[in-house]
Write a protein that binds this ligand. Structure first.
Ligand code: 26V
Length: 746
C-alpha cells in the first residue's frame, strides 16, 4: 500500500457512523498495512534488547507521525468533522513502571529512526502498570486492561510460538510483534504465556507482588520465560541460517540485558548449547561472553535481582546446574587472577544460598555500563568496585537519552514549529542542529514565551478536565513527575511547598509570583511510606487550594494516573523541572531530559544526568542546590543528626504538620510513620535516610530564587531556551549511536 492508497482508503472510511474505538482500530490497521508493506528484511548482524518493560505509551499518533501520515490523517478526519484528538480516550499501553521501561521504548524509536537493526524482546502483559485512582487522598490501584480497546499495532505469530519448560509445567510462549517504524522497520516481540491457568499467569501482571514465596516464584518464571523464549529463538534461527557452528553466533547476534531482570538469558544460552547441541561448557560460556552486555539502572540494593538457589533448583533444575557450573568456573578464574577470598565473595554469582544476577552479568557480560557519568563512576568505585579492579575494560558509560520525536516533535508541535522558523527543519533529522538555536535566542524569546503560555493553557485545561482543579493562566509551573520513591524526595517538595505557603500567609515570603506545583506519581502497591507521601501531598493540595487568602498565588495538584500521555502534556507546559533525588541515588533520570528539551530550567541536585544537563546548558541557566555525593558520604562518615536541621521554626512547622493534626491520615497512622522515618528511623534504616531535612533549606531557597528570577520574563525565557538549545546531547539518537558503535558494532 502506498500513501495515495492510504489516503484514498481513509477518505472512504465511513467515519461518522463509527465509534471512536472502531475508528481507532480501522485507521491503525490501515497504517499498519502501509507501514509493514515497506518493512525490510533483517540485517546481517542484529542487536537485541531484552527488557522486562517497554513503556511505549500511545502508539497511534507516534506511529502515524513516524510513517509520515499524521498530517494527512488529521486533515482527512477534520474534513469528516472529527478531531484527531478524540483518540486520546484510548488509553496507553503501560507495559512498564517508569524510566527503565520508557528508556527501552525511546531506544527502539531511535534505532528505527537511525536505520539500525535493534529489536526488542519482552513480555506481553495482560495488565500493564495499574491505573491509579485517588480516593480520600489515597492511591487505589485498578487493573489496566489495555487490550479492551483492541491491539491494532500487534500481530500475533501463532506459527512462531515456542515451548518453555519449567520443572513443574510447560508453557507456550506466543509472540506478538509490534513493528517499530522509522528509517527502517524494526520489531518488538512480546511473548504471551499460554496453556494451563497457571501458565497464563506468567504474562498476566507486570510486577506481581513478590513479598511471598509464591510471588517470587512467579517473578522468576516471568524472567526466565521471556529470556528463554528470546534466546531459544535466536539459537534456532542461527542453526537454520548458519548451521551449528556457534563460534559465529556472536558475529550475528548481540544481546543487551536491560538491568538484572533478563540475566538468566546467559544461563539459558549456555544450557541450550551444552544440552541440545553438545557444545563443551567452556566453549558455550565463551559464546555467551561474546554475546551479552549488561546495563545497570540502579544502585538501590533492593532492586538488584537475587534468586534463592533452592527456588531456582526447584523450578529450573537445568538452569540451576548451569549456574553452579558457571560459579565453579568463576571461582577458578578469580583464584587464578590472584583475588582474595573476600574479593571472590564480593564478585561471586553465588553466595549464602542465592544467585546474584548482577554479579553473573558483570562476570559474563562483555561490557557493563551505567546510564550517566556519575552513575558509572559509582558502579566503578562502589557497587562493582572489585570487579572494576580486575576487569576495568568492561566498564563504560552510556548516558541515557530520550527521543525528540515523541518528546518534542509530537508533544510540542508549537515549539517545534518555532524552532523550524528560527533554524530550519534540519534538526528534525539531525538533532544536533538544535545547537544552532544558541545563535538566535535573543530574537525568539517573545515567541517562546507565547508558545510556553499556549502549552500551559492546554495543560491547565487538561488538568481541569481530569482533576477538577482550576489553574489561572500563566501561573509559573513547577513539576515533579516520576515514580514515587523516598529517594526521589517528593516528600521534600511537599515540605518546601508548605513552607512557601506558610511564608506567604505570614508575610515572610514577599512578592511571590503566582505558581502551581504539579505532582504526578504512582507508588508500588506494597510500598507503604510511598503511599503515605501521596496521601500527604493530596492533603496539602486540598488545604492550599481551598485557602482563599493564598488562592491567587499558590496551587498544588496531584495529577492522578500519571502516564506517558500525561507526561507529554506536562513536559511541554512546565517552566521548572524538579529533579531533587538524594545525590548518588538517581542513576540518570530521563524526565529531566524531556523537560530540558521543552525549555524548562532544572531545579535539582548534583545527581544522575542533572550534572551533565547543567554542564551542557550552563549552571547559570539552572538551579542546583543541596548536598553532593561527597557531602553525603561525609555526613554518613561523621554521623548525621537530622533533628539539628529542624531547629529553624519554618522547617519544624512544615515537618510537624505530619503529626500536629494539621492533616488527617484518616486514622491510618501513616503520617506518624513518615515522621518517624525522618526523626528516629524506620524498618532497616536510620533517621532520614534520604537527607530530606538536610537539603530542605537550600531547596526552599532555590525555589524562591527561581520565583524571583521569573520577574524578568525575558531573562528567564533565555535560560529556558538555553536548555532547549543544548539538549541535543540528551537525544536517544546520540545514546543509541554510542551503543551501536561501541558495544553492539552494528
Ligand atoms: C526499583 C525498585 C523496586 C523495589 C524498590 C526499590 C527500587 C528502586 C529502584 C527501582 C528501579 C529499577 C531500575 C530503574 O527503573 N531504574 C531507572 O532507570 C532509568 C533509565 O536508565 C534511570 O533514568 C533512572 O534514574 C532509574 O531509576
Amino acid at each position: 500500500m502506498d500513501k495515495t492508497q492510504f489516503t484514498l482508503k481513509l477518505k472512504e472510511l465511513d467515519a461518522k457512523n463509527k465509534n471512536v474505538i472502531d475508528l481507532y482500530n480501522e485507521i491503525s490497521a490501515l497504517a499498519m498495512e502501509f507501514g509493514t508493506d515497506k518493512a525490510e528484511k533483517s540485517a546481517r548482524r542484529n542487536a537485541y534488547y531484552l527488557s522486562m518493560e517497554f513503556l511505549i505509551g500511545r502508539s497511534f499518533y507516534n506511529n502515524l507521525m513516524e510513517l509520515g501520515l499524521l498530517q494527512e490523517t488529521k486533515e482527512i478526519l477534520a474534513d469528516k468533522g472529527i478531531d484527531i484528538n478524540v483518540f486520546e480516550e484510548i488509553e496507553d499501553a503501560a507495559l512498564g513502571n517508569g524510566g527503565l521501561g520508557r528508556l527501552a521504548a525511546c531506544f527502539l524509536d531511535s534505532a528505527a529512526g537511525l536505520g539500525l537493526p535493534l529489536h526488542g524482546y519482552g513480555i506481553r502483559y495482560k495488565y500493564g502498570l495499574f491505573s491509579q485512582a485517588i480516593q480520600n487522598g489515597f492511591q487505589v490501584e485498578l487493573p489496566d486492561d489495555w487490550q479492551r480497546f483492541g491491539d491494532p499495532w500487534s500481530i500475533r505469530r501463532e506459527d512462531e510460538k515456542r515451548l518453555i519448560k519449567f520443572a513443574d509445567m510447560e508453557v507456550a510462549a506466543v509472540p506478538y510483534d509490534m513493528p517499530v517504524f522509522g528509517k527502517r522497520t524494526n520489531n518488538l516481540r512480546l511473548w504471551q504465556a499460554e496453556g494451563s491457568e497457571e501458565a497464563q499467569k506468567i504474562s498476566e501482571y507486570l510486577y506481581p507482588a513478590d513479598d511471598t514465596e509464591e510471588g517470587k516464584i512467579l517473578r522468576l518464571r516471568q524472567e526466565y520465560f521471556f529470556s528463554a523464549a528470546a534466546v531459544g529463538e535466536l539459537v534456532e534461527k542461527h542453526v537454520k541460517n548458519h548451521g551449528t557452528d556457534f563460534n559465529s553466533f556472536p558475529s550475528y547476534n548481540t544481546i543487551q540485558l536491560n538491568d538484572t531482570h533478563p540475566v538468566l538469558a546467559i544461563a539459558e544460552l549456555v544450557r541450550i548449547l551444552t544440552a541440545d547441541y553438545k557444545i563443551g561448557f567452556e566453549n558455550a560460556l565463551g559464546v555467551a561472553e561474546k554475546t551479552f552486555s549488561y546495563t545497570n539502572h540502579t544502585v538501590m540494593p533492593e532492586a538488584l535481582e537475587c534468586w534463592n538457589a533452592e527456588i531456582v533448583k526447584k523450578i529450573l533444575p537445568d538452569v540451576y546446574s548451569v549456574l553452579i557450573e558457571i560459579h565453579r568456573k568463576q571461582t577458578q578464574d578469580l583464584t587464578n587472577l590472584g583475588c582474595s577470598d573476600k574479593e571472590i565473595s564480593e564478585m561471586s554469582l553465588y553466595s549464602s544460598g542465592s544467585f546474584s544476577m548482577a554479579n553473573l552479568a558483570v562476570y559474563v557480560g562483555k561490557t557493563v555500563n551505567g546510564v550517566a557519568q556519575l552513575h558509572t563512576e559509582i558502579l566503578k568505585n562502589s557497587l562493582f568496585k572489585t570487579a572494576y579492579k580486575y576487569f576495568p575494560d568492561k566498564f563504560e558509560n552510556k548516558t541515557n537519552g530520550i527521543t525528540q520525536r515523541r518528546w518534542l516533535m509530537l508533544c510540542n508541535n508549537e515549539l517545534s514549529a518555532l524552532i523550524d522558523g528560527a533554524i530550519g527543519k534540519g534538526w528534525r533529522d539531525n538533532v544536533s542542529e538544535l545547537e544552532k538555536l544558541n545563535g538566535c535566542i535573543e530574537q525568539i524569546t517573545e515567541s517562546f514565551t507565547a508558545v510556553k503560555s499556549q502549552k500551559k493553557k492546554q495543560l491547565f485545561d487538561y488538568i481541569k478536565k481530569c482533576e477538577g482543579v482550576e489553574i489561572p493562566d500563566n501561573f509559573l509551573v513547577y513539576s515533579q513527575v516520576k515514580r514515587l520513591h523516598e529517594y526521589k524526595r517528593q516528600l521534600m517538595t511537599a515540605f518546601a511547598v508548605l513552607e512557601i505557603y506558610y511564608g506567604i500567609k505570614n508575610g515572610t515570603v514577599k512578592n511571590f509570583i503566582p505558581s502551581v506545583f504539579i505532582f504526578g506519581a504512582k507508588s508500588a502497591p506494597g510500598y507503604k511510606r510511598a503511599k503515605a507521601i501521596i496521601k500527604f501531598i493530596n492533603e496539602i493540595a486540598d488545604k492550599i487550594n481551598s485557602d482563599v487568602q493564598t488562592n491567587n498565588l499558590l496551587k498544588v495538584v496531584f495529577v492522578h494516573n500519571y502516564n506517558v500521555s500525561y507526561a507529554e502534556k506536562i513536559v511541554a507546559g512546565t517552566d521548572v523541572s524538579l529533579q531533587v533525588s538524594t545525590a548518588g541515588l538517581e542513576a540518570s533520570g530521563t524526565g529531566n531530559m524531556k523537560f530540558m528539551m521543552n525549555g524548562a530550567v532544572t531545579c535539582g541536585t548534583m545527581d544522575g544526568a542533572n550534572i551533565e544537563i547543567v554542564e551542557k546548558a550552563g549552571f547559570e541557566n539552572n538551579y542546583i542546590f543541596g548536598a553532593t555525593v561527597e557531602d553525603i558520604e561525609k555526613l554518613k562518615r561523621e554521623g548525621y543528626s537530622p533533628l539539628n536541621y529542624l531547629s529553624k521554626p519554618e522547617h519544624r512547622k512544615a515537618v510537624e504538620t505530619l503529626t500536629d493534626g494539621t492533616f488527617s491520615d484518616n486514622g491510618t497512622g501513616c503520617f506518624k510513620d513518615l515522621y518517624n522515618s525522618l526523626t528516629v528511623g524506620a524498618s532497616w534504616h536510620g533517621a532520614d535516610n534520604y537527607f530530606v531535612l538536610y537539603d530542605l533549606e537550600s531547596y526552599v531557597n532555590a525555589l524562591l530564587t527561581i520565583n524571583r528570577d521569573y520577574n524578568d520574563k525575558k531573562k528567564f525565557a533565555i535560560k529556558q531556551l538555553k536548555n532547549t538549545a543544548n539538549s541535543a546531547y540528551f537525544s536517544s539518537d546520540r545514546t543509541i549511536k554510542e551503543y551501536a558503535e561501541q558495544i553492539w558494532k552494528i
